[in-house]
Design a protein around this ligand. Structure first.
Ligand SMILES: Nc1ncnc2c1ncn2[C@@H]1O[C@H](COP(=O)(O)OP(=O)(O)O)[C@@H](O)[C@H]1O
Ligand SMILES: [Mg+2]
Length: 512
């Protein structure tokens, strides 16, 4: 029983051993297989890690690139925006300086501006070199770069030892052009760098091209404005000249006409005037004869004569005769004056123009009419005694007297007259002006006031010749007449005379 038991046990043991061994082989096999798998997986992981890493690098690179492009775009955009603004030249340069300093991380930046062919460094306290004592030394170095920029007309970069810096530093010179000339050079100083990469250089060049557009736009805007102003002025002058021309044309033809008429009327007026005096004397003689007759006549003939005297209204005739003669005489005197005016008007030439003081001529004219203006006008006088012009004092007096009489008549009851003689040194002119607080003129009167015989005054007060004669005289003095008037407010006449030139004066002195 025990033997068979032992046998069973051994057999079981053997079987178990075989089974275990088989299991061990199997396990070993598995482990080997697992190891192989692990190796494969590890390899795969390695590869994936590498792929991810290169992906990350790529993304980083693209991110940097985008950031750089963004910065580039921002820079160009800033300058592009400048074209839409109206900025001063200095403001454009300052913007370019500030933006480029940030863009290339420069430690110092300063512009040099060209004025009349000379370059000047403009010191900006914000970006200036810290030590002012070193500036002279700096200036020489920087001037070299500016000159090179001007010669090469492009961006210049140079490493150079600068005082105050241990290591070599990079200096950039960026020329800013406008049309054909270089208006400014912006200098940028960058530490810890020996050269600028290609992309940055072309970016800065593009930026300076943008500034060129801005500056050129500014330049043409300025030019446009200037020519617009000139055009406006020319238009104004043309209009004035046209007005004067029309007036002169009228005057010239009227001058010829009136010269003829005046000449024709002058003679008959002369003898009618003297005949009137003779007739008055004759009449007086005849009255005396009649008086004498009265004394020597018989009563009968006296009665007859008295009858005739009553029939013809002798007493009235005798009384009225004197009055009629007086009126006729004064009427003829007026005609004679008008004719004299007309003759003056047609014969106002430049002969007899002498050096004269404008203020003195005005003073003398005021004296002439003082009796006429003193009752209703308060006259204010303001004279520059230095104003010397070349002219005919008699004719000019006629002009000033006419202005004064017109002003006094426009004033009526009471008002003020402002007389002024002013020196306009800058334009080489002497200015006369007369302003009154009278009735002023409406549009229609303004249009017609220079027309000969135009008057708004009652018969016997105005002849309407004053202003047309004055106009001719003023024109012959190469002067310009301007009028400003408002109905109810008053009127101002201004006459701008050319000053007598120094050489003219010398010639006159030699001649006299
Ligand atoms: N200072 C003035 N204020 C208002 N009107 C004026 C003045 N001067 C001239 N005038 C106007 O111009 C007209 C022409 O002037 P003028 O030629 O001197 O002739 P007159 O004085 O004989 O009328 C005047 O009748 C008047 O209507
Ligand atoms: Mg007058």
């Amino acid at each position: 029983m025990s033997d068979s038991k032992d046998m069973d046990f051994e057999a079981a043991y053997l079987q178990e051993k075989t089974q275990r061994e088989a299991l061990e082989v199997q396990l070993e096999q598995r482990t080997k297989e697992d190891e192989a798998k692990r190796l494969v997986l590890e390899k795969m992981l390695d590869e994936k890690t590498k792929e991810v890493e290169s992906g990350i690098n790529m993304i980083q690179y693209q991110y940097d690139d985008i950031l750089r492009k963004k910065k580039e775009l921002e820079l160009l955009l800033t300058f592009a925006k400048l074209t839409q603004k109206t900025l001063t030249f200095d403001a454009v340069i300052a913007t370019f300086l500030n933006e480029t300093i940030n863009y290339v991380s420069a430690s110092i930046g300063l512009p040099a501006i060209s004025k009349e062919g000379e370059w000047k460094l403009v010191r900006n306290p914000k970006y200036d070199h810290p030590s002012a004592e070193e500036l002279p030394q700096w200036e020489a170095d920087l001037m070299g770069i500016i000159e090179e920029c001007e010669k090469e007309r492009t961006l210049i970069q140079k490493t150079m030892p600068l005082p105050g810096y241990d290591e070599s530093i990079l200096v950039l010179g960026i020329p800013l052009k406008c049309e054909k000339s270089i208006k400014a050079v912006v200098l940028l100083i960058i530490n810890n760098m020996t050269s600028l990469d290609e992309a940055l250089v072309s970016q800065l060049k593009a930026a300076s091209d943008q500034i060129r557009i801005v500056l050129e736009k500014q330049q043409s805007a300025r030019r446009l404005e200037a020519s617009f102003k000139k055009l406006n002025l020319a238009h104004h002058e043309l209009k004035e000249a046209q007005g004067q021309l029309v007036q002169s044309e009228k005057m010239a033809s009227l001058g010829q006409l009136s010269a003829g008429v005046a000449h024709e009327i002058n003679n008959p007026i002369g003898f009618v005037l003297s005949n009137i005096d003779v007739i008055r004397d004759y009449a007086n003689d005849l009255f005396q004869v009649l008086d004498k007759l009265d004394e020597v006549m018989t009563d009968e003939s006296k009665d007859n004569l008295n009858k005739i005297k009553t029939d013809v209204d002798y007493d009235y005739i005798r009384e009225d005769m004197e009055e009629i003669m007086k009126d006729t005489r004064s009427g003829l005197m007026r005609v004679r004056d008008i004719v004299a005016d007309l003759k003056n008007f047609s014969r106002i030439d430049q002969e007899d123009h002498k050096s004269l003081s404008l203020a003195d001529t005005v003073r003398a004219s005021l004296k002439l009419v003082w009796n006429e203006v003193k009752y209703n006008c308060k006259v204010h006088e303001e004279y520059d005694d230095e104003v010397l012009i070349k002219g005919n004092s008699g004719q000019l007096s006629q002009v000033f007297v006419n202005f004064l009489v017109n002003a006094s008549q426009a004033i009526g009851e009471s008002g003020e007259i402002f007389l002024k003689v002013k020196l306009d040194k800058e334009n080489n002119k002497g200015i006369f002006s007369i302003r009154d607080t009278g009735c002023g003129m409406d549009e229609e009167t303004m249009q017609k006031m220079f027309d000969p015989f135009f008057t708004t005054k009652p018969v016997g007060v105005g002849t309407g010749l004053g202003l047309s004669v004055s106009f001719s005289i003023i024109e012959k003095h190469n002067a310009v007449l301007n009028v400003d008037s408002k109905p109810g407010k008053g009127t101002e006449f201004t006459v701008v005379f050319p000053l007598e030139s120094a050489e003219q004066k010398d010639q006159d002195e030699i001649a006299s």
